[in-house]
Design a protein around this ligand. Structure first.
Ligand SMILES: CC(C)(COP(=O)(O)OP(=O)(O)OC[C@H]1O[C@@H](n2cnc3c(N)ncnc32)[C@H](O)[C@@H]1OP(=O)(O)O)[C@@H](O)C(=O)NCCC(=O)NCCS
Length: 154
């Protein structure tokens, strides 16, 4: 079935003093809480990390999620650090579209050969979401999280 006609466009927008509360107010479902930090913590960490690029995810004019990428062109490393869609807005294709927009951006950056991320395995894991989008597990682990990567050169 084609949902595109009634699906509002997804955009990644800079977070401002006027919008930060609405982004910090977004939450994953209770069973997903182990998967990702709160947006308040992520934005606080971004304040101390000049290589952190972060945006609010919007569906139309409604804030629905948050994304943060650690971008290090010198090391040829692009790492999807945080990614979430609020539980009230999941299952609408917003996560897929937002990640496609992130991928489109990273492709244009210097020395971008792959987009890496890691995920917590087990119930509620986003692992298969990443696999659907073309990510392939590298076989490596980081603090109990599995590393997975999207090849940007193929
Ligand atoms: C993972 C997440 C971002 C997906 O967002 P979403 O907007 O619900 O995803 P979409 O609606 O775009 O789903 C796209 C596809 O992925 C599938 N999918 C979504 N979440 C999935 C999951 N956890 N496992 C397997 N498949 C999943 C959907 O069924 C859909 O498949 P389809 O195109 O065949 O219908 C969201 O569930 C989330 O925020 N989870 C909690 C936080 C988290 O795990 N973040 C990642 C940290 S590494």
């Amino acid at each position: 079935m084609d949902h595109m006609a009634d699906t509002p466009p997804v955009t990644l927008r800079e977070i401002t003093g006027d919008t930060v509360r609405s982004i910090v107010g977004l939450e994953v479902a209770e069973h997903q809480r182990a998967m990702v930090a709160t947006n308040g913590l992520s934005i606080s960490q971004a304040y101390f990390e000049p290589k952190g690029w972060f945006r609010g995810v919007y569906a139309g004019d409604e804030p629905v999620g948050f994304v943060m990428v650690h971008e290090d062109p010198d090391e040829s490393e692009y790492f999807l650090w945080r990614f979430m869609i609020d539980h009230r807005h999941q299952g609408n294709g917003y996560g897929r579209r937002a990640l496609e927009l992130v991928i489109e951006r990273v492709r244009t950056l210097p020395n971008a050969t792959r987009l890496l991320t890691s995920y917590v395995p087990g119930p509620g894991s986003p692992g298969d979401f990443y696999h659907l989008l073309g990510f392939v597990d590298t076989g490596d682990e980081d603090h109990g999280e599995l590393l997975t990567a999207l090849d940007l050169e193929g």
